[in-house]
Design a protein. Sequence first.
Lengths: 113, 212, 165
Amino acid sequence: MVYLLCLIVFSIGIYGVLTQRNLIKIILSLAVAESAVNIFLVLLGYRTKGIAPIDDGTAANFAGAAVDPLPQAMVLTAIVIGLGVLALSMVIAIRLYHRYGTYDITKIRKLRG
Amino acid sequence: MLMNLIVVLLMFVAIGAVIAIWTRDLLSALIAIGVVGFTRTVVFVLLRAPDVAITQVVVEVLLLIILIRSAVRREVHTVEAGRNAPGMAVAAAFVVVMLVLGVIAIRELAPFGQPLEVRAGDAPSMTYIKEGKNQTGCGNIVTAVLLDYRGYDTLGEATVLFTAVVGAVVLLRRKSRKSADEAAAPEPAAEAGPAIDPDGDQNLRIEQEETE
Amino acid sequence: MKKLATEEREGMSLIVGTVTHWVCAFIVLFGLYIVAYGHLTPGGGFAGGVILACGFILLMLAFGRKRLAAILPLSRASALDCIGALAFWVLATAGILFGGGVFFRNFLPLGKRLRLWSAGIIPLCNVAIALKVCASLVLVLVALSVLRVKAGGTDEDFITDIEEK
């Protein structure tokens, strides 16, 4: 089923966050996990043979045929917030690279004051 | 028919995710993330969500620009690999447990194609669809939900984006001893941040999420 | 010879520059359309704001940072960011004053259905959000591109000329 595939992609992302050593790869794994969650939310709101929730008066039975607009609004919010969080994470990664000269998290252990 | 199409596209997403995480070259990983993002756009269009698809495609383009600009430099292009066997075993066990619990939880969900509004007639989404145009005057029900029925969430999102951008700009400044000249434009921006949202605990929660 | 990792290139080749001359205005116009008709067709404040930011960033990528700073210097982008966020908050609080005591009340008249001037405060909210998102993203990308990095340096080696207008 489609839900199972979303769960598998989310698990791939979580596994990447847990085991990768490079900081950039950790950030990319986070992006992958967030993608899977957004697809899952929009999948929850789909109605069979539905139409888009844009009501311009031409649809005959709009209330009986529209897909669910609430998960779509939430996913819109989540996508833009994901952009902001990923941009901030990349900036933090850049600063760490200046400080330590590497992206490897096993070498970024000593917290210099 | 639609479900088969979405299954194929999700397999593309899974392959792209695997390539993005386990390849050595950083540029290939970023291109694979781009593939994941554009496949998401096609999935959103097929699921009758045009608003989300438009936002996703432009956000993906901008995200690729930011990632490539900040991550790909002339010196570091490849990634050091290392094996950490006990850590990987624990992580794999954790992921397997999560998958098993997830499969048990998925059985409780409704079959694909029957959202909450069909099964329970008085769900809020039915109110949004039926009364949306009359109560708000908006043709686009998703925008009506975002800005009228759920306006608080949009205010929170604007605050999060503002905080993230102010944090990014402040992090990229030189930390200098003479702080008098450094009090340029982003400083009033940092002042205006907590002044925007009336309930102050929203900012605290958001900043905690971003410092961890 | 130790080169700095990211040098500031003064733009790209002639083909990119010529195409950008033609396309940049269309991108900004398309972004404004998506913002203005956000309550009637798919789109809205967030998508339109990101499209507007992409238009300005195309200008910066094709012609260099100084060309963008002639139109939109950092101080102006930061000020527009704050103005957009404050405008959104003012619209929300005005619901308390004019709408009868409820936060975020849609207090302007609803107007005729499906016209451009309808749906209360929703188009104004779209414009405020688009302004905020566009200015924020341009600010982040300009801040990223003025960066000159040296790997492994301390904080004193970290140079940004972000104060230049």
